[in-house]
Design a protein around this ligand. Structure first.
Ligand SMILES: [Mg+2]
Length: 195
């Protein structure tokens, strides 16, 4: 029986606590919801509407959903300082440091995959010594701190499966040598994975 060589983790609600104010019905990373909250009621209602459209299958995929949400951030004037403050207030899940220390001490590597923001994922990755970090969205800002550009990657739902398969294939690990820890509906596609 092969032993576990690599453990993949979801970010929000798993390595990090959920953002304050996030609803239980929110399937997408809760930082999206919290940012919309800070942009006002109209922005929040539009954000909730994207959730409904996603649940109704009206988007071609996760990238189109993210693009729609980012348009809300752009329209309602998300600034870099607000973005960083929101992401910076999210704590590590209690026990996260000890958990990663224990895994790494056993010679097992870790990876992080999230449909959320690269800035947040990399901060956790650096702090916890995570070897691979893959995130759905990275923001770029102009000199006035306004959202200027964004890079989107398919890092949620089936995109998580693709990432796990890709990393496992590169290392030559079989499925029995992999583990995944997550908390949401967006992680369930990983359950029947065939590495
Ligand atoms: Mg999660």
């Amino acid at each position: 029986m092969p032993s576990i060589k690599l453990v993949f983790f979801d970010l929000e609600g798993t390595v990090l606590c959920k953002c304050s104010g996030a609803t239980e019905t929110k399937v997408a990373p809760s930082s999206w919801f919290t940012i919309a909250q800070h942009l006002g009621e109209e922005a929040l209602n539009k954000e909730k509407a994207t959730q409904v459209r996603w649940n109704n299958g009206e988007y071609s995929g996760y990238l189109e959903w993210m693009e729609d949400t980012i348009c809300i951030h752009k329209k309602y004037g998300l600034k870099r300082n607000v973005f960083e403050r929101i992401l910076g207030t999210v704590d590590l899940m209690p026990g996260a440091e000890a958990t990663f220390d224990s895994i790494h001490s056993a010679g097992v590597h870790t990876a992080l995959v999230t449909g959320g923001f690269k800035e947040q994922a990399c901060r956790a990755g650096v702090h916890l010594g995570i070897r691979h970090v893959y995130a759905g969205c990275e923001y770029f800002w102009d000199e006035e701190g306004r959202l200027a550009f964004w890079n989107l990657l398919p890092a949620d739902y089936h995109g998580k499966v693709d990432f796990v398969r890709s990393v496992a294939r590169d290392y030559g690990y079989c499925r029995e040598e992999l583990a995944f820890v997550g908390d949401g509906q967006n992680d369930v596609h990983l359950v029947p994975i065939q590495a």
